[in-house]
Design a protein around this ligand. Structure first.
Ligand code: ATP
Ligand code: MG
Length: 324
C-alpha cells in the first residue's frame, strides 16, 4: 500500500493556497493508500513565538483539515511534536547533509534577502522536513510548488544516507498539481500565511468579501475589456470556480462594460458559496475540542507505530546502540 505524507504549519489561519495546493489533493488521496498528515508545530516554532497562539493555530489546522473532508478513520492525522523521535532522525540525516545543499534553498535565501532575523531552525528546516517524510517511508508527498525544492533536498538526503549506510529509506516522489501549483495572494505574490496576503478558508462571509474587494486592480475604464493574463481575479476564479463559472467570468472581462467592482463581487459570491459547507463543519469541530484532541491522540499512536521501526533501522545502520 502506498504511503502519502503531507504537513501544514500552524503558523496562521488556513487559506485558499493551502486548500488547493495541498489539502484538497491530500484529501483525495486518502482512499488510495495510507495517508499520513501532520500539523507541523515544530516547523511553526521558527515563525510563531507566542505559545498560546501556536496552540490555537495547531487546533485550528486540525479542525480545518477535518472540516475540509479529512476522514480520521482512513487518515492518520497527528501533531508533529507528538512523535518527537523525528528529531533523532533529523540528527542522523544532518550528518549526511552537505551545508551547500541548505545554503541553496530558495526559502532560506528569500528570508535572508528580506532581512529576516535568521535562526538555526530556519536554516535546518529542510533537514527536519526530510526526517518528517523519511520517518514514515512515504512514497509520495502532495505539496504546492513552493515546496518542490525542499522535496528535492529530502530526496538528496535520502540518497546520501542510503549510499553511506545501505538502503534504509524510500525515495519519495513529489505530487504537484500544475493547475493549482501556486495560488496567488491578494497582492499577487504566493498566498502565504506569513505574507498577510491570504483569503482565509474560515473567515466570516463579510470579512471574505472585504478581502476580495481589496484586491488591487489596474485603472482600465469600466467600458473597456480587462486584461485576463496575469489578472489575480481571473486566476482566483479559475482556481475556486467551476470551469463554467471561470469561463463566463473571463468572457465578461474580455467583453468590457463591466467594472472591477462587479467582477470582485462575483468572485466573492463564488468564494463564499464554495466555502460555506466547509465553514459549517468547521463550526462543528470548533465546538467539540475533545473530539479533535482524541483524533490527534489516536493519530499520534498510529504514526508512532510506523515511525519507530524505521527509526530503529536507521539507528542500527549508523552503528548507534548494540545493533539488535
Ligand atoms: P508560511 O507562510 O508560514 O510558510 P504557508 O501559507 O506557506 O505558511 P505552509 O504550512 O508552509 O503554508 O504550507 C502548507 C502546504 O500548503 C504546503 O504543501 C504548501 O506547498 C501549500 N501551499 C502554501 N501556500 C500555497 C499557495 N499559495 N499555493 C499552493 N500551495 C500552497
Ligand atoms: Mg510555507
Amino acid at each position: 500500500m502506498k504511503i502519502f505524507l503531507s504537513g501544514i504549519q500552524p503558523s496562521g489561519a488556513l487559506h485558499l493556497g493551502n486548500y488547493f495546493g495541498a489539502m484538497q489533493p491530500a484529501i483525495e488521496l486518502q482512499s488510495q493508500g495510507q495517508a499520513v498528515y501532520f500539523i507541523a508545530d515544530y516547523h511553526a516554532l521558527t515563525s510563531v513565538s507566542d505559545p498560546r497562539l501556536l496552540r490555537q493555530y495547531t487546533f485550528d489546522v486540525a479542525a480545518g483539515f477535518l472540516a475540509c473532508g479529512l476522514d480520521p478513520q482512513k487518515t492518520i492525522l497527528f501533531r508533529q511534536s507528538d512523535v518527537p523521535q523525528v528529531h533523532e532522525l533529523a540528527w542522523l540525516l544532518s550528518v549526511v547533509t552537505p551545508l551547500g545543499l541548505l545554503e541553496r534553498a530558495h526559502s532560506y535565501k528569500d528570508k535572508v534577502a528580506q532581512g529576516a532575523e535568521m535562526n538555526h531552525g530556519l536554516f535546518a528546516y529542510p533537514v527536519l522536513m526530510a526526517a518528517d517524510i523519511l520517518l514514515y517511508h512515504a512514497d509520495a508527498v502532495p505539496v504546492g510548488k513552493d515546496q518542490k525544492q525542499h522535496l528535492e533536498i529530502a530526496r538528496d538526503i535520502a540518497h546520501k544516507f542510503n549510499d553511506r549506510y545501505g538502503t534504509v529509506f524510500k525515495i519519495p516522489e513529489p505530487l504537484i498539481r500544475e493547475t493549482t501549483a501556486i495560488v496567488p495572494g491578494i497582492d499577487g505574490r504566493k498566498m502565504s500565511k506569513s505574507y498577510h496576503n491570504t483569503i482565509e478558508l474560515f473567515a466570516e462571509p463579510k470579512a471574505l468579501e472585504k478581502r476580495i474587494m481589496g484586491i488591487p486592480t489596474d485603472s482600465t475604464p469600466v467600458a473597456d475589456p480587462k486584461p485576463v493574463d496575469g489578472s489575480i481575479l481571473a486566476q482566483l476564479m479559475q482556481t475556486i470556480g467551476t470551469p463554467a463559472q471561470s469561463e463566463s467570468f473571463t468572457a465578461r472581462m474580455r467583453a468590457g462594460g463591466c467594472g472591477y467592482g462587479d467582477l470582485k463581487k462575483e468572485l466573492s459570491a463564488v468564494t463564499k458559496e464554495f466555502l460555506a459547507p466547509f465553514q459549517e463543519k468547521y463550526r462543528y469541530y470548533q465546538a467539540v475540542p475533545a473530539e479533535v484532541e482524541a483524533i490527534l491522540d489516536d493519530g499520534a499512536k498510529r504514526a508512532r507505530a510506523i515511525a519507530l521501526p524505521v527509526l530503529h533501522k536507521a539507528r542500527a545502520a549508523t552503528g548507534l546502540g548494540h545493533g539488535n
